[in-house]
Design a binder for this molecule. Structure first.
Ligand code: SF4
Ligand code: ZN
Length: 128
């Protein structure tokens, strides 16, 4: 259940700010054959954000009482669906933008679980 304990499939592959990044650059497949996670990796340990699942909704930032999240901005960069029309279409831009929510001060987490509950894509796993 807890992917953080699955070090074979989700090895630590790097560091970012003060948190570890797991499985960055590794293509994995879940039981349904769906790739998970892929190149963006999982940022953080106690506060773990799957950057493949993060759609930069920003809800976690709005609810976090200790404001430990910051934007990782990737201006002008888009994922799947990148074409010249997207830049002028806010809905598509929001869908395909590659900005991410980053737990830059994860050590300050008080485990209120608000972010995990509010994330629309369930990209966040809090492990007290
Ligand atoms: Fe912030 Fe609460 Fe999420 Fe911890 S569990 S990152 S304190 S919103
Ligand atoms: Zn990070």
């Amino acid at each position: 259940e807890n992917f953080l304990e699955d070090t074979e499939h989700y090895p630590v592959t790097g560091k970012h700010h003060d948190h570890e990044v797991r499985a960055e650059g590794i293509q994995r497949y879940d039981a349904d054959g769906k790739p998970y996670p892929t190149k963006n990796g999982i940022h953080g340990t106690k506060v773990a954000i799957d950057w493949e699942a993060c759609i930069a909704d920003g809800a976690c930032m709005d609810v976090c009482p200790v404001t430990l999240y910051e934007w990782f901005l990737n201006p002008g960069q888009m994922g799947t669906g990148n074409d010249k029309n997207i830049a002028n279409d806010k809905e598509l831009w929001d869908k395909y933008r590659t900005d991410k929510c980053d737990p830059v001060r994860e050590s300050e987490c008080i485990f209120c679980m608000a972010c995990e509950s509010v994330c629309p894509t369930r990209a966040i796993k809090i492990t007290p």
